[in-house]
Design a protein around this ligand. Structure first.
Ligand code: SF4
Ligand code: FES
Length: 299
């Protein structure tokens, strides 16, 4: 009796599993069909918009996906995007992703040059996608706009690069304020005089985008070089008078190391590409002078 019940139960269970397997399969097919239909709609919408647009642009985008068979070989895909006034490189990428290929991968967040997540290599130069107007790119309507990931960084997928090494170099200079004295009495802020604030003002604008590091020939050849962004961060604190002489000495010890400021060959590439206009090369030179003063010995 018990065997009979068990067999019946097993049969019923098998049938239920087969049915649920069938229904899961059906739902997957339905979902696939729904996605295909929605993709067709988007492509149709894109074609209509392109027909109606007064102007279109052609963007060639670097593609690479090590995890998908057939996509591990780097290649370029070309997309046609309707051009509108005020359009940025990031807008063009978003359009291509939303209308042609949802697997197109890139980083972005704030869309106002604050988060630093969408640094790209556009027409041979490091730029922020959200800050770069298509209209500012030379001959944008008649030539192809080429969008690649930041050079000298390991590509994770499409336009996304691994920023781990960049963050490690930033960490190496201890990028945090370390006040010499705590504020007196009711004064809750660590006050700084106006001149000192002016001196470090530009260096505080860094958004950790990595464009400078990617443009630097020295960083490309020396993986241990601290790099322009980290040295600028060291400058921001070493020049802050609220930290005191002992802390400044420790900071100079960090940037004077073998792969520190003296590796810089004053090529200005970092300064040229920085989207926040930080005078990086100037800051590196100033730290070199500080380092020399620091090591002068008088007998
Ligand atoms: S220094 Fe400029 S280019 Fe370098 S990470 Fe900071 S904002 Fe980006
Ligand atoms: S999206 Fe944040 S800097 Fe461009």
């Amino acid at each position: 009796m018990s065997t009979e019940v068990t067999e019946k139960e097993t049969e019923a269970q098998t049938e239920t599993e087969a049915e649920s397997g069938e229904s899961a399969h059906q739902s997957r097919r339905m979902e696939q069909k729904r996605q295909q239909a929605s993709q067709r709609d988007l492509e149709e919408e894109a074609r209509t918009e392109i027909d109606e647009a007064e102007q279109t642009i052609e963007v060639k985008v670097f593609r690479f996906d090590p995890e998908v068979a057939g996509k591990e070989e780097p290649r370029f895909d070309t997309f046609h995007v309707p051009f509108f006034k005020g359009m940025t490189v990031l807008d063009a990428l978003i359009y291509a992703r939303d209308h042609y290929d949802s697997s197109l991968t890139f980083r972005h967040s704030c869309r106002q040059a604050i988060c630093g997540s969408d640094a790209l290599f556009v027409n041979g130069r490091q730029r922020l996608g959200c800050k770069t107007q298509i209209a500012d790119l030379e001959d944008h309507l008649n030539s192809t706009i080429r969008i690649e990931p930041l050079p000298h960084q390991e590509v994770v997928k499409d336009l996304v690069v691994d920023m781990e090494h960049f963050y490690d170099q930033m960490e190496a200079v201890e990028p945090f304020f370390d006040a010499d004295e705590l504020p007196d009495g009711d004064l809750e802020e660590q006050r700084q005089d106006r001149e000192n604030r002016e001196k470090i003002k530009m260096s505080t604008r860094c958004i950790w985008c990595g464009a400078c590091m990617s443009s630097c020939n020295i960083a490309a050849g020396d993986n241990e070089y601290l790099g322009p962004a980290a040295i600028n961060k060291a400058y921001r604190f070493a020049m802050d008078e609220r930290e005191g002489e002992d802390r400044k000495q420790q900071r100079l010890n960090i940037i004077e190391q073998e792969h520190g400021v003296w590796r810089c060959q004053t090529q200005f590439s970092c300064t040229e590409v920085c989207p926040k206009d930080i005078p990086l090369t100037e800051h590196i030179q100033e730290l070199k002078r500080e380092s020399v003063k620091n090591n002068l010995k008088f007998w």
